[in-house]
Design a protein around this ligand. Structure first.
Ligand code: G3P
Ligand code: CA
Length: 240
């Protein structure tokens, strides 16, 4: 099962920052998961929430700032001075770094609450620019974003994110040409896992921060565990 670092090594470092991504790679994880959105001047940036209040010392919506404005805020705010100030990364900065790293990337389009027109196109443009198409996959709670991404770049795998279990997940994914199902791991049932297996759909579940859940995913033949603690998750895997 691949170990996927959720927002980088977010259990120990400020989420969705270059530091969290670098530290995740140091743990030997297989993949990095991150969230993308668009600034007011159409720069693809990496941030989870649509608002910047929780994770930075700024306030308001990502979409209301240019990147020049946004990068002034401290993305390490939640860690009470443990880490130096750091900026919200652009996706291009990430691509430039990750192209030489031995990991793949799960890029989540954050388009459920606010739909950023052009986000899928701009993200794909950057992947192409840095020749990262074969080292990337897309995910989103907004399946329309994935339908769009699939049309634009059919060779990049897509995984549908769901919180409440989707009964016929394997069939659903196969009808759209999606390769993966990304459920809440605590809610994944054996019946749905079987349905996915029957349709050749891989399961990458989130957010796997305890060993019992990781073990259960193994029993259900999941392909990936999306975790805030990639180093610990790897150690659990080796201990099983
Ligand atoms: O990819 C799994 C996970 O990232 C989905 O939830 O809210 O952390 O983006 P969230
Ligand atoms: Ca995410």
């Amino acid at each position: 099962m691949k170990v996927v670092a959720h927002r980088g090594y977010s259990g120990r470092y400020p989420e969705n920052t270059m530091l969290a991504f670098q530290k995740a790679v140091e743990t030997g994880c297989d993949e990095i998961e991150l969230d993308v959105q668009l600034t007011k001047d159409d720069v693809v940036v990496i941030l989870h929430d649509e608002r910047i209040d929780r994770t930075t010392d700024g306030a308001g919506y990502v979409r209301d700032y240019t990147y020049e404005e946004l990068k002034q805020f401290n993305a390490a705010k939640c860690w009470d001075g443990k880490y130096d100030r750091m900026a919200i990364p652009t996706f291009e900065e990430y691509c430039l770094w990750v192209k030489d790293e031995p990991v793949t990337t799960n890029i989540e389009f954050k388009t459920s609450i606010y739909y950023y027109e052009g986000l899928e196109e701009k993200t794909i443009e950057l992947l192409r620019k840095y020749h990262l198409e074969e080292k990337a996959m897309f995910s989103s709670f907004n399946h329309v974003s994935l339908i769009k991404a699939k049309k634009l770049e059919p060779d990049i795998a897509c995984g549908i994110l769901v919180d409440d279990e989707l009964g016929n997940a394997g069939y659903y994914c196969s009808q759209y040409g999606f390769e993966c199902y990304h459920p809440n791991g605590a809610k994944l049932t054996g019946a749905v896992a079987e349905n996915c297996a029957r349709h050749g759909i891989k399961i990458n579940a989130w957010t796997i921060n305890d060993m019992a859940l990781l073990e259960r995913l193994g029993d259900l033949n999941c392909s990936g565990a999306i975790t805030n603690f990639p180093g610990i998750c790897r150690a659990w895997q080796q201990a099983m």
